[in-house]
Design a protein around this ligand. Structure first.
Ligand code: CUA
Length: 335
């Protein structure tokens, strides 16, 4: 590798590192939306300030010493040789020990605060299932299964149970909570509470294969009334197709390959959970693992060739051009 290539690689790495984990508003330091993220944010700020002070003192000391004791014009021979200085050695050992102790205690407090679920039973329980490369959200008490958008009531105690059907993923919504690994063959739990209504972006935070970066999701926190409305709607079976085009699409979907992977509740399409549940697809705002906004253009392109939008994803079928309009018309009825 010549020097220019190394430089390019180095810049690319710096760019990637600085971009990773800071997707705009998902910044938990300045835009926290939960007690957990508040705690994490305070710890981060304290660390940043302490590290900043240490940096300025140490670097300042180095710069001062280099300047103050630089070689003068009339200097000859070696400078005076100094070995050890007990007061200095004591000072620069004791200060870091005190700092580390302070940080240790503050960190233990933060860990305790974020680990303990709030008192009382959970208001909502969600089972989070990691798939390559999308998220399944089951609400076992409500009989709801959805994908990529986890709807929760704001100011409610939400308990999550995390599982994976394939490889290790990591569930991360920076504004609401820290990361929890999603491990095959193991059940992990976590909890979160959104302090206010809003959309909070999440991202898989454990490298899980080619589409790891497009394994996104959203937590949509809404007020209690809106949540109850959402629940009522999600519990309904898929509405029946009305127009000829929709019927044609429904036939194609139910009798075609789609139901090999997708479930559409009430439409005799019980494809299990290989792919996202489509019963209320159009109640969501994104698809393909949160990778794209859900609209006609994106969904048409997806149906034609999923691999061009999300290379390596496990949906390898193409809907033939002649069937696209009908399939799209039917999918749009799934609200
Ligand atoms: Cu799933 Cu990265």
């Amino acid at each position: 590798m010549n020097r220019f290539t190394s430089l390019k690689v180095f810049s690319a790495v710096i760019l990637l590192v600085s971009l990773s984990g800071c997707g705009g508003s998902a910044n938990f330091v300045s835009n926290s939306a939960s007690m957990i993220s508040d705690q994490e944010s305070s710890l981060f700020r304290l660390l940043l300030i302490l590290a900043g002070v240490v940096f300025i003192i140490v670097e300042g000391g180095i710069i001062y010493a280099v300047w103050r004791y630089r070689r003068r014009r009339n200097d000859t021979g070696e400078p005076r040789q100094v070995y050890g200085n007990v007061p200095l050695e004591v000072v620069w050992t004791v200060i870091p020990v005190i700092l580390v102790l302070i940080l240790f205690i503050v960190m233990l407090n933060t860990m305790n605060a974020v680990a303990a679920p709030p008192a009382g039973p959970a208001d909502v329980t969600v089972t989070v299932v990691g798939h390559r490369w999308w998220w399944e959200f089951d609400y076992p008490d409500l009989g709801i299964t959805t994908a990529n958008e986890m709807v929760i009531p704001a100011n409610a105690n939400v308990k999550l149970t995390l599982k994976s059907v394939d490889v290790i993923h990591s569930f991360w919504v920076p504004q609401l909570a820290g990361k929890t690994d999603v491990v095959p063959g193991q059940i992990n739990t976590m909890w979160l509470t959104a302090k206010r209504a809003g959309d909070f972006n999440g991202q898989c935070a454990e490298f899980c294969g080619i589409e790891h970066a497009l394994m996104r999701f959203k937590v949509v926190a809404v007020d209690k009334t809106a949540f109850d409305q959402w629940v009522t709607n999600q519990k309904k079976p898929a509405p029946a197709a009305q127009t000829d085009l929709e019927m044609q699409g429904q036939n194609l979907v139910i009798k075609g390959a789609c139901v090999g992977c997708h479930t559409i509740g009430g439409a005799s399409a019980q494809g299990g959970k290989v792919g996202p549940n489509l019963t209320h697809l159009y109640s969501r705002s994104t698809f393909a693992g949160g990778a794209y906004p859900l609209n006609d253009t994106n969904l048409t392109n997806w149906l034609k060739d999923t691999q061009s939008l999300k290379p390596g994803n496990l949906m390898t079928m193409h809907v033939p051009d002649k069937d696209i309009q009908a399939v799209l018309a039917y999918l749009k009825t799934l609200k």
